[in-house]
Design a protein around this ligand. Structure first.
Ligand SMILES: Nc1nc2c(c(=O)[nH]1)N[C@H]1C(S)=C(S)[C@@H](COP(=O)(O)OP(=O)(O)OC[C@H]3O[C@@H](n4cnc5c(N)ncnc54)[C@H](O)[C@@H]3O)O[C@H]1N2
Ligand code: MOO
Length: 396
């Protein structure tokens, strides 16, 4: 059995960056990942721009001048080139192009305008004040956004301000989710004795969607070897990633491991020293990356967050990016049993991580209150109250 760290390192070594790119317009770019370095086609701002509503003058005129005649009005959007005469002022507004001769803008709160003239309060003014120089934010041709950047609303807005209309992004993977088990009943049907509702495919699908991976398809197989083999084969041919749930342990009806073997799936690892999620499998079946997640629902989701999420991120150019991890004090002492690392659902309150009731891998209820999960390394037996622990924050 390998450690959590070894498992992650093996995933990192195995997953290659996708070679598939596509073009998207900015309207469709949310959550995509940039597949090229972007350079600024224009400077920002593209012209000298007023930062305030006020009056533009020559700085040198301020020392010897009383009133300034207002020569012109320059609103934002004005395309006319004004040439300011010596000793005069322009009325100017935020975002407007600043005439070349204007080197100082005085805000209107410090000015008094009357009969086409303006006088300024007697104060020290600074040459260049309230003027945004050309290229203050970025010069034309400069590096703007790096390859591998996730396109958030803010980043897209910045790119739009550069006038770029289309972007080259990585094609997100297609992901199959296959639940195994005779006991699993789809929601919407009554349960017979011995049956439970199938909840892993819906949880995994939404976890994928929330992370920005929306090309998913879910399947179910019964515990019949031939059927498991057939479904895995079909799904692995159709998808870039395959998430299997259940049937990966050692029971007589756990057919996932033997089916993967039969199909010639390259095993990268099987079994990790962790709780929950011990029987986690990772491998490669032809061009498809395969994660076999334990069927226990909390184990399946925890393994998703800890391993599958960063693996998908790496495939799409983000690097092996895990859930955001913070270090906070644990609210109560915790004694870990055994030699497996542990993931413990916890809620954050008053700057501390509080363990939740119901940590068994079969139980999901604690997730209704969880901000994330604490990671206790395998060597750490006792965690004292107030000791700093790593908490991975669930996406919200
Ligand atoms: N003799 C041993 N037994 C078990 C071991 C072991 O080492 N030796 N490991 C245990 C651990 S740890 C885990 S985790 C589970 C994992 O087993 P499987 O991955 O084979 O999963 P199943 O047996 O199919 O299911 C486990 C549990 O989860 C329920 N389940 C399964 N799929 C779903 C689903 N899609 N939606 C909701 N619930 C699901 C299933 O009914 C079982 O209760 O093995 C232990 N056993
Ligand atoms: O590895 Mo299992 O998830 O502890 O029940």
């Amino acid at each position: 059995m390998i450690s959590v760290e070894e498992a992650k390192s093996l995933i990192q070594q195995t997953i290659s960056l996708t070679a598939n790119h596509k073009k998207v317009t900015l309207i469709d770019a949310l959550g995509e990942i940039l597949a090229e370095d972007l350079y600024a086609p224009i400077a920002l701002p593209p012209f000298r721009q007023s930062a305030m509503d006020g009056y533009g003058v020559r700085f040198e005129d301020l020392s010897h001048q009383g009133d300034f005649t207002i020569q012109a009005i320059v609103p934002a959007g004005s395309t006319e080139k004004v040439k300011l005469q010596a000793g005069k002022a322009v009325r100017i507004f935020t975002g407007a192009p600043v005439p070349d001769e204007v080197d100082t803008i005085i805000i209107q709160e410090m000015a008094e305008e009357k009969d086409g003239k303006v006088a300024f309060e007697d104060r020290p003014y600074r040459m260049g004040q309230n003027i945004r120089p050309v290229g203050e934010q970025i010069e034309e041709g400069d590096f703007a956004v790096k390859k591998g950047q996730r396109l958030t609303p803010e980043v897209i807005s910045f790119i739009a301000s550069l006038g770029v209309t289309e972007l080259e992004v990585y094609q997100k993977p297609s992901i199959g989710i296959l639940a195994n088990g005779d006991e699993l009943m789809p929601i919407g049907y009554p349960l017979s004795y011995g049956q439970i509702y199938e909840s892993n495919t819906i949880g995994l699908k939404h976890a994928l969607h929330q992370a920005g991976y929306t090309s998913t398809e879910s399947y179910h197989t019964l515990d019949i070897q031939e059927e498991v083999i057939q479904r895995i084969k079909e799904a692995s041919e159709k998808h870039d990633f395959l998430l299997l749930s259940g049937g990966i342990s050692v029971g007589d009806y756990d057919y996932v491991g033997t089916s993967l073997d039969y199909l010639g799936c390259e095993k990268i690892f099987y079994k990790v020293k962790q709780k929950p999620g011990k029987p986690l499998f990772f491998g490669k079946l032809n061009d498809c990356y395969v994660f076999a997640l334990p069927g226990n629902p909390a184990a399946a989701l925890t393994c998703f967050h800890e391993y599958v999420y960063p693996a998908l991120n790496q495939y799409c150019g983000l690097g092996f990016q895990q859930l955001q991890t913070i270090k906070v004090p644990i609210a109560t002492e915790y004694h870990k049993k055994g030699d497996r690392a542990q993931f413990l659902k916890a809620t954050l309150r008053d700057g501390k991580a509080h363990l939740l009731q119901g940590q068994a891998s079969s139980m999901l209820r604690a997730f209704t209150e969880a901000s994330g999960y604490i990671y206790i390394p395998k060597e750490q037996g006792i965690t004292k109250e107030g000791e700093l622990v790593e908490v991975r924050l669930l996406l919200r």
